[in-house]
Design a protein around this ligand. Structure first.
Ligand code: HAM
Length: 420
C-alpha cells in the first residue's frame, strides 16, 4: 500500500494517456478558432460570491459542491466549479463590453466540485468551455451547439443527439413556475424531501429529480414549452429550424432544466453511452440576464461546458485512435567515459537543431542500449565508441533497415537532418 494516495475523486493522467488528452484539447481549440473564438484564461478561484450569485443559492453546485475556503486575508474564495461565472466577471471587470460584438471566448482547464465520485464523475475534472456574448439570436445558440457536435463527430462519437428544452425568460418563467407549483401542490405526500426543498429554492429542479416516488409526478407535470412567451417560442422554433437545416438530431426533453440557475431560453445537453447512466458529455444554454446580475451592462450570452474526462472515456470505449506521443528520432548510444562526454555534447547540439533525441544514461552494454533504442522506436542510433571518437566519426544505424554507416562527427547533424 502506498503511504499517500491521490484525493478521492481526482485522477493522475499518466504519460500513456496524454495522447488522448492532447488530441481532444487540440481538436477543441482548433474547432473553436475556426469559428473565431478567442482564448480567455481566468483564475482557478474567485470570490465565492461570483459563483453563489451566478449559479444560484439552492442549486446543488452552490449548496453542496463548492470547494470554499477562507484565505489568510479573511476572504471567502472558491475553486471554480465551472467557467461561465468567472468569464462573466472578467468580461465586466476588463470592460470587454466595449469590444466589437459578439465576443466569442473559449477556455480549457480544471474545475472542481465536491460530488460523489463514480464512473465519469470526479471532484477535479477538466472542461472545455465556450461562450458567445452580445448576441441574442438563435444563430448564436446553433453555433455553440455545432461547435460541440463537430467536436464529438470528429472524435468518432456515434448516435449523437442533443437533449433540448427552453427555460423561458423573466416574463414567462414565473408563469410556468406557478403552474408547476400548483401541479406539485396536488402531491404533498408523494414527493421526496429534496423536492419539497427544491420547490421553495429552485423549483425547476424538481423536474430533474431521480427519486422513484417523484417520477409519476414529473410524468404528469406541465411542459415549459406550453407556457413560453411569444418571443421565447419564436427563438426556440428558429433554433429547431437551424438544427433541422443542418440535419442534427435532437430530442425535445421537457425534463431538461440543467443544474445552474442562470439559464434563460435554450438549454441543451449531449448524452453519451460508455460512461454510466445518462452521463452528459456537455451542457449549456443561454443566460441573457447573467452579466447584468453580476453588475455589468445588459448583455445576452450563450455557451457550453464540455467534460473532457467523459469524452476520453467514450473515446476509449469506442477504441478511437489518437496520434501517438512523438518518438525520439535519434538515440545516442555510447561506450566509455569519453564517448559519454561526447554524447552529452551531441545531445545538446541535436536538440538545438530540433532533432528529437534520446540520450542513453550511465554505463551499459551496447546490446542493451540498442534494445532500448528499439523499444523507444528511434529511427537512427548514433553509436559512439572510443575507436570512432579517435577517428572523429560515429557509427549510425538505421533501425528500419539495420544498415550501419560511419559519418563524420562534424557532418552528423546535416546527415541526420537530410534523412529525417
Ligand atoms: P455543467 O452541465 O454543470 O455546465 O457542466 C458541463 C459539463 O462538465 C458536463 O456536461 C459534464 O460533461 C462535465 N462535468 C460536470 N461535472 C462533472 C464531474 N463532477 N466530473 C466530470 N465531469 C463533469 C456548466 O458547467 C456550464 N458552465 C456550461 C455553460 C457554459 N453554460 C453556458 N456556458
Amino acid at each position: 500500500m502506498p503511504r499517500y494516495r491521490r484525493p478521492t475523486g481526482t485522477l493522475d493522467i499518466l504519460p500513456e494517456d496524454q495522447p488522448h488528452w492532447d488530441h481532444v484539447r487540440n481538436r477543441a481549440r482548433h474547432l473553436a478558432e475556426l469559428a473565431g473564438f478567442e482564448r480567455i484564461d481566468v483564475p482557478m478561484f474567485e470570490a465565492t460570491e461570483v459563483f453563489a450569485r451566478s449559479i444560484g443559492a439552492g442549486t446543488d453546485t452552490v449548496d453542496k459542491e463548492m470547494y470554499t475556503f477562507t484565505d489568510k486575508g479573511g476572504h471567502s474564495l472558491t475553486l471554480r466549479p465551472e467557467f461561465t461565472a468567472g468569464v462573466m466577471r472578467a468580461f465586466i471587470e476588463n470592460g470587454l463590453h466595449v469590444r466589437p460584438r459578439p465576443l466569442k471566448l473559449y477556455s480549457v482547464g480544471a474545475t472542481f466540485r465536491y460530488e460523489r465520485p463514480q464512473a465519469g464523475r470526479y471532484r477535479q475534472f477538466a472542461q472545455f468551455n465556450a461562450e458567445i456574448l452580445g448576441e441574442q439570436g438563435a444563430d448564436a445558440d446553433v453555433e455553440i451547439m455545432m461547435l460541440v457536435w463537430d467536436l464529438y463527430a470528429g472524435l468518432g462519437f456515434q448516435d449523437l443527439a442533443f437533449q433540448l428544452n427552453s427555460t423561458g425568460c423573466p416574463q414567462c418563467k414565473p408563469v410556468y413556475v406557478s403552474r408547476l407549483e400548483a401541479h406539485y401542490a396536488g402531491y404533498p405526500d408523494t414527493i421526496c424531501k429534496d423536492c419539497v426543498r427544491r420547490l421553495t429554492l429552485s423549483p425547476l429542479r424538481v423536474l430533474d429529480c431521480k427519486a422513484a416516488q417523484c417520477q409519476p409526478v414529473i410524468g404528469r407535470a406541465p411542459h415549459f414549452l406550453d407556457y413560453v412567451c411569444e418571443e421565447c417560442a419564436e427563438h426556440f422554433a428558429t433554433l429547431r429550424d437551424y438544427l433541422d437545416l443542418l440535419g442534427r438530431e435532437y430530442v425535445v426533453n421537457h425534463r431538461l432544466v440543467r443544474g445552474l440557475d442562470y439559464y434563460t431560453k435554450t438549454v441543451f445537453e449531449v448524452w453519451a453511452a460508455g460512461i454510466g447512466a445518462q452521463a452528459a458529455v456537455c451542457g449549456g444554454g443561454r443566460y441573457d440576464g447573467l452579466i447584468e446580475l453580476l453588475g455589468g451592462p445588459p448583455t445576452p450570452g450563450v455557451g457550453v461546458g464540455v467534460g473532457l474526462e467523459r469524452i476520453i472515456l467514450v473515446m476509449k470505449s469506442l477504441n478511437v485512435p489518437v496520434p501517438p506521443l512523438p518518438a525520439p528520432r535519434v538515440f545516442l548510444a555510447h561506450l566509455g567515459t569519453a564517448a559519454r562526454r561526447e554524447a552529452v555534447r551531441l545531445a545538446n547540439a541535436f536538440r538545438g537543431e530540433d532533432l528529437a533525441t534520446w540520450m542513453s544514461f550511465g554505463d551499459r552494454r551496447l546490446r542493451s542500449q540498442l534494445r532500448e533504442a528499439g523499444k523507444r522506436s528511434a529511427d537512427f542510433v548514433v553509436i559512439l565508441g572510443e575507436d570512432e571518437l579517435a577517428q572523429g566519426v560515429a557509427s549510425v544505424k538505421e533501425m528500419a533497415t539495420g544498415d550501419q554507416v560511419e559519418v563524420g562527427l562534424v557532418n552528423l547533424i546535416g546527415w541526420l537532418k537530410s534523412r529525417l
